[in-house]
Design a protein around this ligand. Structure first.
Ligand code: VG1
Ligand code: CO
Length: 544
């Protein structure tokens, strides 16, 4: 193969956020923009020559051209083996698993996750390391530093690779394997869950289900696992075909975006179980017959019942949650007498704890949960976990949740997002709140007394690193909490997230809508930051 050295100019905006580099497609389409970033990643990788590199994405617009660029830059940089998903498709958890299974050096995931796709929408790229985890901050910082200096990249010239056929190709020293998107991941799931039991209850029709793949990457996975292997009737998986624009929708599995699923689940004919996943297959939405499970509760319930699942029969070494996630799982950890860690937002912070076997399960309030079977959050894993739980307990989703609340109490929880705000306005609001944090303790607002406040800094107990500026925390004397963060995944302006939480053991409050139960705290959250007053907005863009 002929290798070209191409001169280039650096871009100054290639700083990865919470989960990789996410930008508008048009930004990625600028001359050499993608090439610079890939070459900078190879420059920071170390010795990869002897190990495979995994490549795949969520099928969104620009997935295929980006894979061709990665193939040619990898080839030119001396990579010897590439494992690429059939049709360019691999879910985020599947990439994490493939890296681990094939002892790969790492992998590229092409996705902007739950962000919309299409020529005028979002694209993203993330690099995962040999453990299967997203690159840690030290590596993403090094890649960003490299992108600011880069002046050339290497590019091999050969024809585009056909991604539509499962095959092995040899180009000089480079082997390219186009692999089945689903097989390895599906096999892993059979090793964790009780597929025999699931087949029985699904066949007997006592467990009916609907899974919304949102025209994103989990379509082929869900059809194979839920319909072909477990025997759910054909059509149980809806919006199953991956589309470059996700059918014009946001592939974000919340109640607003999953209209068809939600309408079904809150109807008279609702099946026992409903679920959805996001663009790249790492998130999960869990629904029961006329019932919605808050992600933070889902994590706590999974932790409390893990021993019922074959893969976690031995019990859990510990659990972790991201800081803004509700403290419901903390109560379970206390009960089980296992450690509970609090990490910053973003899955990469769980990696060290998982590698060191300090935790078995972890999760985030943003519809993400997973375990030590991979190093990413995993949407279909959570779906199978819940199905296995329903089958073992022979109870409805609502009964399982209420049983949990009666035992542990309820952490009433909600997140309010103000999206695409003017960047300067949002950062000013945030800074003003940060500046007054130290004056707030002992103040009483709407009958709630503030006990303490801080800006969260994470001290990684494994590698000793520190991550600063991870969110503003306001705690109240009754244990309630308000947290403020600026999103690290948006591509337009700034997004302010406000997380509100209150604990109760009063069973008469178990039926109350969180927006009502949390109303006084929601009012305090506005009083403290005045985001509505300063923007003129009357309500958040998204409430979860
Ligand atoms: C959001 C979520 C965070 C999640 C991240 C990536 O980040 O809050 O919990 O890990 O998205 O998820 P932020 O910085 O916008 O709040 V995924 O499924 O989009 O890769
Ligand atoms: Co995702």
């Amino acid at each position: 193969m002929h290798i070209n050295t191409v001169n280039t100019q650096p871009y100054n905006d290639q700083k990865p956020g919470t989960s990789g580099l996410r930008k508008k497609v048009a930004v990625f389409q600028q001359p050499n923009y993608l090439e610079n970033y890939i070459q900078a990643t190879f420059d920071c990788m170390g010795d990869y020559a002897g190990q495979p590199i995994v490549v795949g994405g969520d099928g969104r617009f620009y997935n295929r051209p980006a894979i061709q660029v990665i193939i040619k830059i990898a080839a030119a940089n001396g990579c010897r083996q590439l494992l690429i998903g059939h049709n360019g498709l691999l879910s985020t958890p599947a990439v994490s698993h493939l890296i681990r299974k094939h002892q790969a050096f790492g992998g590229f995931i092409l996705s902007a996750s739950h962000n919309p796709g299409g020529p005028d929408k979002d694209f993203g790229i993330k690099f995962n390391i040999a453990s299967g985890s997203a690159a840690p901050e030290q590596l993403t910082d090094a890649i960003f530093a490299r992108t600011k200096k880069i002046d050339h990249y290497f590019y091999a010239s050969f024809d585009d690779i056909d991604l539509n056929n499962i095959q092995h190709l040899q180009i000089d020293n480079l082997t390219i394997s186009i692999i089945n998107t689903v097989t390895d991941y599906a096999q892993l799931m059979t090793e964790i869950f009780d597929f025999k039991l699931l087949k029985e209850v699904i066949k007997s029709k006592s467990l009916s289900l609907c899974f919304d793949a949102m025209h994103a990457v989990t379509g082929p996975y869900a059809q194979h696992i839920l319909e072909s292997v477990l025997g759910a009737p054909s059509g149980s998986v809806i919006n199953a075909i991956p589309l470059e624009d996700f059918g014009g929708c946001h592939p974000d599995p919340n109640l607003t975006q999953t209209r068809r699923l939600t309408a079904l689940m809150f109807s008279e004919n609702a099946p026992v179980f409903g679920a959805a996943s996001d663009g790249d297959g790492d998130r999960n939405l869990i629904l029961g017959n006329n019932f919605y499970v808050t992600p933070s509760d889902s994590l706590a319930i999974m932790a409390a019942n893990a021993q019922l699942i074959p893969g976690y029969h031995q019990g859990l070494s510990g659990v972790a949650r991201s800081m803004p996630t509700s403290q419901a799982v903390d109560r379970v950890a206390q009960y089980l007498e296992i450690p509970c860690y609090e990490t910053p937002t973003g899955w990469k912070f769980f990696g060290n704890l998982l590698d060191a076997k300090k935790i078995t399960l972890c999760g985030e309030e943003s519809f993400g949960s997973s375990s030590d079977h991979v190093r990413e959050k995993d949407g279909l894993w959570a779906v199978l976990f819940w199905l296995n739980l329903i089958a073992r307990k022979n109870k409805s989703v609502k009964e399982i949740v209420y049983e949990h609340w009666h035992k542990f109490g309820r952490n009433i929880y909600s997140r309010h997002d103000y999206e695409a705000l003017d960047l300067i306005l949002a950062t000013t609001v945030f800074k003003q709140l940060r500046d007054k944090l130290s004056t707030l303790p002992n103040k009483e607002i709407n009958g709630y007394v503030i006990s303490d406040t801080d800006e969260f800094t994470y001290h990684d107990p494994i590698d000793g690193s520190h991550s600063k500026n991870q969110g503003l925390r306001i705690r109240f004397k009754d244990g309630s909490r308000i947290v403020y963060r600026l999103s690290g995944t948006g591509t337009v302006g700034a997004t302010l997230r406000i997380y509100i939480e209150r604990f109760t053991q009063d069973a008469t409050q178990f039926d109350t809508d969180p927006q009502i139960a949390l109303a006084p705290l929601i009012a305090i959250a506005e009083k403290l930051c005045e985001i509505k007053k300063k923007t003129g907005l009357t309500k958040p863009d998204v409430i979860t």
